[in-house]
Design a protein around this ligand. Structure first.
Ligand code: FAD
Ligand code: SIN
Length: 520
């Protein structure tokens, strides 16, 4: 079945849902999402959402912390815009039904995380994302103008290319008309035409072997826009969270929130010695790039598989009260945070770069907006400050909604886009081809394009990936479309962009650290 809607939203995390709630008063909204409606990075967010709520905190302090973490390449105007609007957007989340923890005196219980000079993280215990996703979905369900099409997979966005017109990155006015979407229940591919399209597809942690991201995080949005010749930037800045739980065989990796270190948890080597003082005066609460690199270095020089997070000195009752899910998870593995060290190591966590957008969330392709983790707004620069991403998503949902409401009625549906043509393709005979290629992408990215890089590693990664790219494009043309095939294609595209951008950056900055261009 083909459709025509005013607003097509791809992705049902915090970015897609909050935008939907804002535009739905003005037109018909279809939100497609490739798994169940709540499956997203958002659902797993632990620490919380950063905002300036009370003194002694101030906009200036939060701006400054964000700029320091971003290592000199944040867009300061964007940083100011996002942080100045933080309290307003938090109040909106609360009006939509999200609950954040309060102290006994009735103020919000603000936590602290790495790189923050003040306590400013609103949270719901240690499962803030789950609470936000729950509240937003409940609000969306009440809205008669929004339909959620779960288990619908966006394959590609529609542009002039689908009208037979050649498009390249220098084409001045590439336009987006909608998307080809695979309905996973009926196994049919429909064409959804829209006046405005929002990309809200989240991150791409799955391109690495060890990641905190769920299986949906395969970089589909970035890959679709890149293939459509839209602008993508800053992909060399892939953030590794310093403290994923060391539990071999578990994928995705379970996160031990940075808020645990904000609460007083201390990193130690496995002989029980503190080490962060060697790397940064802020010790265990330095920005993430510094902590992840320090852990990586300790593990490599000592030959250890993990380091420890020590919480044994903390108030035991408060520890369990603040981090009930993390506590239970550790307990399920026989580790009691009150009395045992917790083994941790870095894992791929957040894509700081993405689809280049302006302050309204407009991409370089007409009628196509991008917000949330798949976008690059300029807020994070070379390294995202903890808990700034949920905030960025709601602020940009607001800006993109205002702009698209003002524009969408001027846009005509494009009538001439052909239906999907599956002629000449057949079902894959050997799934092993896909599975093995995926493992290879993840191994290449982990071994050569991880926390520490070098020219030779990047060259090797590029050469290996080129082989996988050619093999997969050939397979793609001959094979009936499936999510696994599309995701592999997307991950190869995203890995290629990360490597390409990493090779172009001839310096060490923020999350991009290369032994060939050390910092002075
Ligand atoms: P997501 O929430 O990831 O949603 C993406 C959506 O797009 C999903 O619904 C997905 O199914 C859908 N999708 C993707 N591709 C397709 C396709 N081809 N077709 C159809 N649908 C598609 N940030 C903070 O600020 N604070 C935190 O405390 C915090 N903790 C985190 C903890 C963990 C374990 C993780 C993984 C991340 C954490 N982050 C945190 C980061 C933050 O959760 C994400 O950056 C944010 O939730 C991204 O929201 P989003 O809406 O952009 O994308
Ligand atoms: C965490 O809780 O440590 C995650 C916070 C984030 O990624 O912003």
């Amino acid at each position: 079945m083909n459709r025509e809607v005013d607003f097509l939203i791809i992705g049902s995390g915090i970015a897609g849902l909050s935008y939907a709630l804002k535009v739905a008063e003005h037109g018909k909204v279809s939100m497609i999402t490739k798994a169940s409606e709540d499956e997203s990075n958002t659902k797993y967010a632990q620490g919380g959402i950063a905002a300036v709520m009370y003194s002694p905190d101030s906009i200036e302090k939060h701006v400054n912390d964000t700029l320091i973490a971003g290592d000199g390449i944040c867009d300061e105007e964007v940083v100011r815009m996002v942080i100045s609007e933080s309290a307003e957007r938090i109040n909106e989340l609360i009006c939509w039904g999200a609950k954040f923890d309060k102290t006994e005196t009735g103020e919000y219980d603000l936590a602290k995380e790495g790189g923050h000079s003040e306590h400013r993280i609103l949270h719901h215990k240690d499962n803030t994302g789950f609470e936000i996703e729950r509240a937003l979905l409940a609000a969306v369900h009440k809205h008669s103008n929004i339909e959620i099409l779960d288990h619908h997979f966006a394959i590609d966005i529609l542009t002039q290319h689908h009208l037979g017109i050649e498009v390249n990155s220098r084409t001045p006015d590439i336009e987006c008309y909608g998307a080809y979407v695979l309905d996973l229940r009926t196994n049919t591919i429909e064409k959804i035409l829209a006046r405005t399209i929002l990309m809200a597809t989240g991150g791409a942690g799955q391109v690495y072997s060890a990641t905190t991201n769920p299986v949906i995080a395969t970089g589909d949005g970035v890959a679709m826009v890149y293939r459509a010749k839209g602008r993508v930037e800053g992909m060399e800045f892939y953030q590794f969270h310093p403290t994923a739980l060391y539990n071999p065989g578990e994928s995705p990796s379970f996160l031990i929130s940075e808020a645990v270190r904000g609460f007083g948890g201390i990193l130690k080597t496995i002989d029980g010695k503190e080490f962060m003082q060697k790397y940064d005066p802020r010790k265990s609460l330095a920005p993430r790039d510094i902590v992840a690199r320090a852990i990586d270095n300790e593990m490599k020089t000592r030959g250890d598989d993990y380091v420890y997070l020590d919480c044994r000195h903390l108030d035991k009752q408060e520890l369990v009260k603040h981090f009930p899910n993390i506590y239970q998870k550790c307990l399920s593995l026989g580790l009691d945070m009150k009395t045992d060290f917790i083994p941790v190591l870095p894992a791929a966590h957040y894509m700081c770069g993405g689809i280049k957008v302006d302050k309204q969330g407009r991409s370089s392709i007409k009628n196509l907006y991008a917000i949330g983790e798949c976008s690059s707004t300029g807020l994070h620069g070379a390294n995202r400050l903890a808990s700034n991403s949920l905030l960025e998503a709601v602020v940009y949902a607001h800006h993109a909604a205002i702009d698209s409401i003002a524009q969408f009625k001027k846009v005509e549906y494009c009538p001439n886009i052909p239906d999907w043509n599956a002629e000449g393709t057949h079902y894959p005979e050997e799934m092993v081809l896909l599975i093995q290629s995926l493992r290879e992408v993840q191994a290449i990215m982990t071994n050569y394009v991880g926390i520490v890089r070098s020219d030779i590693r990047l060259q090797r990664a590029f050469d290996r990936l080129e082989i996988l790219y050619k093999e997969n494009e050939e397979l793609y043309l001959k094979t009936t479309i499936s999510p696994k095939l599309c995701e592999l294609r997307n991950m190869i595209n995203v890995a290629y962009i990360i490597i390409k951008h990493a090779r172009q950056r001839k310096e060490s900055r923020g999350l991009h650290y290369t032994v060939n261009y050390p910092r002075n």
